[in-house]
Design a protein around this ligand. Structure first.
Ligand code: PXP
Length: 257
């Protein structure tokens, strides 16, 4: 966006919400098999620090967030809960019991490290449409996580989705030229989505640097960010944890004399 447009835009009527994805707190917890760190505690910290919603991805293999985490989040959280999930009968049944505020439908492959691309609504429209309707009739808002592509937006509208989440992964991982091209696609997609009355979210791979250009797209109303925040939290907190441990062991040893 050029500077003059930024100045003229009425940003007060276009708030930008931050959804914090806490999956990787659970990844750390599961690495040891115990209770720590607790993703529910992480959700409270995020809520107290300005997060507008909490996002979790209940994967079919339960590699990070588990069913019990979602139940506890639903019981304890006052913020909206956004549940990312594959388009399967099992997940639809779980969502209908948990009743998150929003479900974000994502493609899921067991062998992938993270969600690698958007859901192809165009190809899977007929299979997905009844699931979308079933979730909506339970009072859950439904988002489709899609690549920034006009055909996908058209199909999202036909499928009566409430919102779309634009995959920013290619933008985030690309070099300067790809970034520029992807940003154009993201802007065009966001504009068309809102023209059709769909809420437009975005996420994947965002960090302190690359988030700025995406946050300046006025049609985008929510960003979902996870991995980078958990990585940054390690380094903004590790120093104070080490100092505290050093103080504790020094004090323990000196109290012997
Ligand atoms: N949005 C969706 C649909 C995702 O699948 C993910 C990754 O779980 C994110 C946002 C967050 O991506 P990241 O962890 O890279 O910030």
């Amino acid at each position: 966006m050029i500077k003059s447009e930024m100045v003229e835009a009425d940003t007060s009527s276009h708030p930008l919400c931050l959804g914090v994805n806490i999956d990787h707190i659970a990844t750390l917890r599961n690495a040891r098999g115990g209770q720590d760190p607790d993703p529910v505690l992480a959700a409270h910290v995020a809520a107290n620090s300005g997060a507008d919603s909490i996002t979790v991805h209940l994967r079919e293999d339960r590699r990070h967030i588990r069913d019990r985490d979602i139940e506890r989040l639903k019981d304890q959280l006052t913020l909206p809960l956004n549940m990312e999930m594959a388009c399967t009968v099992e997940m639809v049944e779980i969502a209908k019991v948990i009743l998150p505020s929003t479900v974000c439908l994502v493609p899921e492959k067991r062998e992938e490290l993270t969600t690698e691309g958007g859901l192809d609504l165009v190809t899977h429209k007929d299979r997905l449409f009844p699931m979308v309707q079933e979730l909506k009739s339970s009072g859950i808002k439904v988002t489709g996580f899609i690549d920034p592509n006009i055909d996908q937006i058209e199909t999202a509208k036909e499928m009566e989705l409430d919102s779309v989440e634009l995959h920013t992964g290619v933008y985030c991982d690309g070099g300067a030229i790809v970034k520029k091209q992807e940003l154009v696609k993201i802007k065009k997609s966001a504009l068309l989505a809102t023209k059709y009355g769909l809420k437009c979210h975005a996420g994947h791979g965002l960090n302190f640097d690359n988030v700025v250009a995406v946050a300046q797209i006025i049609e985008i109303s929510e960003l979902n960010i996870g991995h980078f925040l958990i990585c940054d939290a390690v380094f903004s907190g590790l120093g104070s944890s080490v100092s505290r441990m050093k103080d504790i062991i020094t004090e323990a040893r000196s109290s012997l004399t």
